[in-house]
Design a protein around this ligand. Structure first.
Ligand code: 26W
Length: 777
């Protein structure tokens, strides 16, 4: 698509004049953002409409997801349009520096991996000209903003991401639909976000639903001066999409969440049915020939009974509706942690969506008559994952090892009955945002060697392998250093901590969860700290350990771990005797935009979950693509990362899935504690006053050594894996001194990252699950 930068500048200036009453030079970042974004929206509108018309009569796929972690859109959209650099020049010449847009807030309409994956998939589908539309919810407040108080506690604040406007969406009130609940009806109003493909005219659509009341104001109540009641319906409706639930991997059976899920399901299906009728007429029997729907985990699983309900309202029988639903839906599982699996109490469900309950009951009856032994309903509880497996055409995990565990373990009985349904789709990431945009320096180096189109043909990275020589390694090392200098400036500005770019940057960034073992990382840092002070690690290469993580606000253990790491950081950073060796930084409010600074600067990527717990991981892929080596376990996508890049170029440690399975019931962490004085000294800092202690740290300590009523000691095998972890970490540290040999390992990782493009993943979904074809715009 050709977009004229001078033209964008002119429209931006006009917008600024009549919407904000300022000149380009006077404009605030927010005003500039709004005006510039609107100018771009105008200039893509024709291509967007054309893309929609192109799709009308063809088979298409819809992605249903409660989360889209799209982050900041302005740079990535300009990047995908191919005008970012030129536009920066054009604006600079006119007196505006677009780097001020770094101040624009992220749209954090997701928690972590699952939400970011959905965003990467949309980028890839648009770039690959695949007919995919996203459906989701437009939360007024996204994932909370995080800061740390003076004691290192996580404090949450509301994320009012659209308070200065949301120029990257159009409100489409004419496509509003009604959602019925027993006691009231609400409106779902769609907001459409363009998904701009890279290097193509094709523009996809993300449609986000916002709940509003049918009647904003009850005038009778207002006249009676009862203002509460006058606004009650408005508030009750808007409450539904008021806030994103900040839970990641722990499930809570909340009423409002049922409502959110039902709105997502019903509004999206009503919309799809409306469009189907426009394009294909009123014969609904061919619905599944034209529409495939992917359920991003079970959060949108109520779509299954809802589609059957809507088809029955059109005159079909239950059996006919079921058949169409079965041919329409597929289901992706993203976690095997049992505490994350959605199980709704039927009384709660019935009080919010009674008709959905009736249909779930009929689905369950059908299942039990066909396959005694399998169930969806048990003990008055609906198991949403089981319903999804039963009705879906295909069920997939998100990395090979994860898909295998689904078959062997979580869905074993189902696999025996429906073996042909089970697939794997190893996750991926969009190389545009996670290399092209965040690391233009490395992108330029690679382009020069493998060709300009590698960001859409990431397998071409392989061509680097035969070219890696000392010159190239030096060039890579220089780029890495420059990205470390840049990150150091960001950290200085945001955290007030200065770090030395000559240190190793060891990075663990991801949601805080016990299974991700940030605590194990922290314990190793404490251990290393004491050993340095004891003079035992004379050759230790100076290292800064960088953490970034949000904890679910109600997850007390995770919050305790954050505070503990902050206490460790304070102790170490204030100890002048290790100043030239060690630094610990826990960045505040880790999000997409922070990731875009941290990831290109990392030397070592920590991916340290116990084998069999992390479904895939996608941060591991982003770090690999930017030339970090992985310090990790044989878990999730790490398995495939080391298969591609070589064991010798990464740092793999810890017990395997079968090893952990075989010790699960007999493992006694305290034996390891008693036998290892170094580990003991590190663990003791939770309780011995080395850093401030408290009841929660004591509880954490005893959860490791004694367990609790609901779990065995050291549930996530920190002590079990510790020794091999520390050894491997120290080996990586020693290897780093050989700057050329280490840089070669980094480059081998870059060159092996081709598989992890989400272009590859989305093409596999398109051909093996959705059966949709790319279409030239
Ligand atoms: C209902 C509470 C809840 C919320 C979110 C339960 C579970 C989730 C998600 C499934 C958590 C999540 O983001 N899972 C991550 O999905 C990524 C994309 O597939 C994987 O790479 C990560 O390994 C997985 O943890």
């Amino acid at each position: 698509m050709h977009i004229n930068c001078q033209h964008i500048l002119q429209i931006t200036e006009a917008q600024l004049r009549y919407e904000h009453d300022v000149t380009l030079r006077e404009a605030s970042p927010q005003a500039l953002h709004e005006a510039l974004s609107k100018a771009v929206m105008m200039s893509i509108s024709e291509a967007w409409g054309e893309s929609k018309r192109n799709r009308m009569h063809r088979r298409k796929a819809c992605y249903f997801s409660a989360e889209y972690l799209i982050g900041r859109l302005v740079y990535s959209n300009l990047y995908n349009l191919g005008i970012l650099d030129e536009l920066k020049q054009t604006f600079l010449a006119a007196g505006a520096d677009l780097s001020c847009l770094e101040e624009i807030e992220d749209a954090a309409l997701g928690n972590g991996g699952l939400g970011r994956l959905a965003a990467c998939f949309l980028d890839s589908a648009a770039s690959c000209n695949l007919p995919l539309s996203g459906y989701g919810l437009r939360y007024r407040f996204g994932l909370f903003k995080q800061r740390f108080d003076e004691n290192g506690n996580q404090k949450e604040a509301a994320d009012d991401w659209s308070k200065y406007g949301d120029p990257w969406s159009y409100r489409r009130y004419n496509h509003t639909v009604k959602i019925q609940f027993p006691d009231h009806t609400v409106l779902a109003v769609p907001y459409d976000v363009p998904i701009i493909g890279y290097g193509t005219k094709n523009i996809g659509t993300l449609r986000l639903w916002q709940c509003e009341a049918e009647e904003e104001l009850d005038f009778d109540a207002f006249n009676a001066q009862d203002y509460q009641r006058a606004l009650a319906a408005k508030n009750e409706a808007e409450d539904i999409t008021r806030v994103l639930y900040p839970n990641d991997s722990t499930w809570e059976g909340k009423r409002l969440r049922v409502k959110q899920q039902y709105v997502l399901s019903s509004a999206s299906l009503q919309d799809i049915l409306r469009v189907y009728k426009v394009n294909h007429g009123t014969d609904m029997s061919r619905f599944a020939d034209f529409v495939a729907i992917q359920l991003n985990d079970t959060h949108p699983a109520m779509s299954i009974p809802e589609l059957i309900r809507l088809l029955m309202a059109e005159g079909m029988t239950f059996e006919q509706g079921f058949d169409i639903a079965q041919r329409t839906f597929s289901y992706t599982n993203h976690t095997i942690m049992t505490e994350a699996l959605e199980k709704w109490n039927m009384d709660l469900l019935r009080s919010v969506v009674p008709e959905i309950c009736d249909i779930i009951t009929r689905i369950d009856n059908k299942l039990k008559s066909e396959h005694p032994g399998l169930y969806i309903l048990k003990d008055n509880t609906a198991h949403m994952a089981y319903m999804s497996v039963y009705v879906a055409s295909y069920v997939n995990g998100v990395a090979e090892i994860h898909s295998q565990i689904l078959k062997d373990d979580l869905f074993h009985q189902w696999y025996q009955v429906f073996p042909e349904r089970f697939q794997n789709k190893t996750n991926g990431i969009t190389p545009r945002r996670w290399l092209g945009l965040c690391n233009p320096e490395l992108t330029r180096m690679i382009k020069y060697r493998v060709g300009g189109d590698f960001l859409t043909h990431l397998e071409k990275l392989e061509l680097l392998k035969s070219q890696i020589d000392d010159d190239m390694v030096r060039q890579f090392n220089a780029i890495k250093h420059s990205k470390k200098v840049a990150l150091a400036a960001v950290i200085e500005r945001c955290e007030g901590i200065s770090i030395n770019p000559d240190f190793i940057f060891d990075v663990q960034v991801k949601r805080l969860h016990e299974y991700k073992r940030q605590l194990m990382n922290a314990l190793s840092v404490v251990d290393i700290y004491f050993r340095i002070k004891d003079g035992q690690l004379p050759d230790f290469h100076p290292t800064v350990f960088i953490f970034g993580a949000k904890s679910a606000p109600g997850y007390d253990r995770a919050k305790t771990i954050i505070r503990y790491i902050n206490r460790i950081a304070r102790m170490i950073n204030n100890d002048a005797s290790v100043r030239d060796k060690l630094k610990v930084v826990f960045v505040q409010n880790y999000n997409c935009s922070y990731a875009e600074h941290i990831i290109p600067a990392a030397d070592i990527s920590e991916q340290i979950s116990p084998a069999g717990t992390e479904a895939s991981g996608t941060g591991n892929m982003k770090l690999m693509l930017n030339g970090a080596v992985t310090l990790g376990t044989m878990d999730g996508a790490n398995v495939e990362i080391v298969r591609e890049a070589g064991l010798e170029n990464n740092y793999i440690f810890g017990a395997s899935v079968p090893e952990l399975a075989s010790i699960r019931d007999t493992y006694w962490a305290r034996n390891i504690y008693d036998a290892d004085p170094f580990l003991r000294r590190a663990i003791n800092t939770l309780v011995d006053g080395t850093v401030p202690t408290d009841d929660q740290q004591r509880e954490l300590f005893s959860s490791l050594l004694d367990g609790a009523s609901w779990h065995r000691p050291d549930h996530y095998f920190i002590l079990k894996d510790y020794q091999s972890y520390l050894e491997t970490k120290l080996r990586a540290n020693r290897d780093y001194a050989g700057r050329l040999a280490f840089g070669r390992k980094c480059l081998m990782n870059v060159a092996s990252a081709g598989k992890f493009s989400s272009d590859r993943t989305i093409r596999q979904y398109a051909s093996e699950i959705w059966h949709v074809e790319p279409q030239q715009p």
